[in-house]
Design a protein around this ligand. Structure first.
Ligand SMILES: [Zn+2]
Length: 77
């Protein structure tokens, strides 16, 4: 009787561990996807003074170059 209880306990333990791992996996997957989406929605700037490419969050029209501090307007494709 004790062995049966033990294996049921082990089964419950294993199942809950798997559920926990899958839960965390899905949670981080969704979170990462949102982060990547937020990163993707950025505008690209090209510095006409030092030729550096850099990006800023969407909606920014003018951004200062991180290398030489020159103010560039956004790149249009
Ligand atoms: Zn620059």
């Amino acid at each position: 009787m004790l062995t049966v209880n033990l294996s049921v306990g082990a089964l419950i333990y294993t199942v809950s561990a798997i559920v926990l791992i899958f839960g965390l996996w899905i949670y981080y997957d969704v979170r990462d996807r949102k982060l990547i989406d937020a990163k993707r929605r950025r505008v690209v700037f090209h510095c006409i003074r030092c030729d550096k490419l850099y990006s800023a969050p969407e909606g920014t029209e003018v951004c200062r170059c991180p290398r030489c501090r020159f103010e560039n307007s956004r790149l249009r494709f």
